[in-house]
Design a protein around this ligand. Structure first.
Ligand SMILES: [Zn+2]
Length: 345
């Protein structure tokens, strides 16, 4: 087994986002050969044929940057935003990132495997990020359980148990953004009915995401802060300014981030009692801030958690490391694991 592990040369991690593809390469010793972002335009809007060719072209640029031959890349991992099933078949109903009609029901994992001529492993972007966070803290082949939330436009994330991604039966395992919360217990939003992007009321995403700020928190809080400078802006543009203003001490924006942290505290409490995990990890745009703000946010999460059992009271909460490269790195780790198992995906 050891010999086979060492025989794995290099594995690529490919994070396909809405506008850019980010690449990484990892060797058999789990060392990353690219620091930071290595981006190439995504062209996803032009459909599968052009986008897959674009991914292959960008990979050539990435291997050059890493100083390895293309022929040395033994396997690849691909992560994309959903919805897709666990094997990388995109939703028939389409999605924000895959608007071209040819993407409907398209098997993107298999498509890329044919294009590159090497085994391709698929994860959704939330699960890939979660795996990277887990690996970064606990290393490969760990015994630990972690839960990761990634706060962006929506709320993604994943559950890793003993190093393995929980994908679930149809690929919706770790869809943490749509777990319902007892949001009514957050006193600062008394009377608010937070409607989620999925149409339900009270999902975690409905009280902890950029969409939540636009859809629920600004309409709720602006009347309570007369003369606030975000009041005259359209909500979409204003929502994007809230994090920066919170970081600079604006009282309303600080209160909005306090509510999101409180919501996460309630969610983590539910997960403590479901998984008894070793750690929580929080990442995404909401925490691309100064460390001082990150630490304040983590302490507000903890303050929002109902009292824990003595054994669980000190559960660590980490900020996701290298957030912008998390997807590519996470799925590279998954692909490396599959390559070692000699699997085909
Ligand atoms: Zn929802």
């Amino acid at each position: 087994m050891q010999g086979r592990e060492n025989s794995v040369q290099t594995v690529a991690g490919i994070d396909l986002g809405g506008t850019a593809i980010n690449y990484t390469l990892v060797n058999g010793e789990e060392q990353f050969l690219i620091e930071g972002l290595c981006e190439y335009p995504a062209l996803a809007k032009q459909g599968p044929e052009i986008c897959l060719q674009q991914i292959a072209d960008g990979l050539k640029v990435a291997v050059e940057k890493a100083g390895v031959p293309l022929s040395g890349v033994a396997a690849a991992g691909l992560d994309t935003p959903g919805p897709a099933n666990a094997d990388g078949v995109l939703s028939r109903r389409g999605s924000t990132n895959f608007v071209h009609k040819d993407w409907a029901g398209f098997d993107i994992r298999l498509g890329l495997e044919k294009k590159l001529g090497i085994p391709v492993t698929y994860l959704n972007d939330g699960n890939a990020g979660a795996l990277w966070g887990h690996f970064n803290i606990f290393g490969a082949s760990p015994r630990e359980t972690t839960l990761t939330v990634v706060i962006g436009t929506g709320l993604g994330g994943g559950i890793i148990i003993e190093g393995n991604v929980v994908k679930g039966k149809v690929g919706f395992g770790g869809e943490l953004g749509h777990v319902l919360l007892p949001y009514q217990s957050i006193a600062a939003i008394a009377g608010l009915q937070p409607v989620c992007n999925c149409g339900r009321t009270g999902c975690l995403e409905s009280v902890c995401s950029l969409s939540a700020i636009e859809r629920s928190f600004l309409p709720y809080f602006l009347p309570k802060y007369p003369g606030h400078k975000l009041a005259d802006m359209n909500l979409h543009a204003a929502a994007k300014l809230v994090r920066g203003m919170a970081e600079n001490g604006d009282p309303m924006c600080t209160e909005i981030f306090g509510v999101q942290a409180h919501a996460l505290g309630l969610f983590f409490d539910e997960m403590v009692n479901t998984f008894d995990p070793d750690a929580f990890i929080v990442g995404g745009g909401a925490l691309e801030t100064r460390e001082e703000f990150q630490q304040w946010f983590l302490s507000e999460i903890r303050a929002g958690m109902p009292p824990q059992r003595e054994e669980q009271v000190d559960i660590p909460i980490y900020v996701m490391p290298n957030g912008d490269t998390a997807g590519a790195r996470g799925v590279a780790i998954e692909a490396l694991k599959r390559a070692r198992q000699n699997g085909t995906r």
